[in-house]
Design a protein around this ligand. Structure first.
Ligand SMILES: [Ca+2]
Ligand SMILES: [Ca+2]
Length: 57
């Protein structure tokens, strides 16, 4: 899971921890350079709610 990417276990995934992956910018919705717990939670919800997409747009 994405949690495995959080190498220093601070609850955030930096672009460096993500290895500069292309999906990073998409997940970093507020563009602050880290994927934080709230953004991870949003991702988890998005993945678990396939029948209810587009609510954030
Ligand atoms: Ca981290
Ligand atoms: Ca962010």
């Amino acid at each position: 899971m994405l949690k495995n990417l959080d190498k220093n276990s601070d609850g955030n995934i930096t672009k460096e921890e993500a290895g500069g992956a292309a999906w990073f910018d998409r997940l970093d919705q507020n563009q602050d350079g880290v994927i934080d717990a709230a953004e991870l939670e949003r991702l988890r919800k998005a993945q678990g709610a396939d029948g209810n997409r587009g609510a954030n747009d």
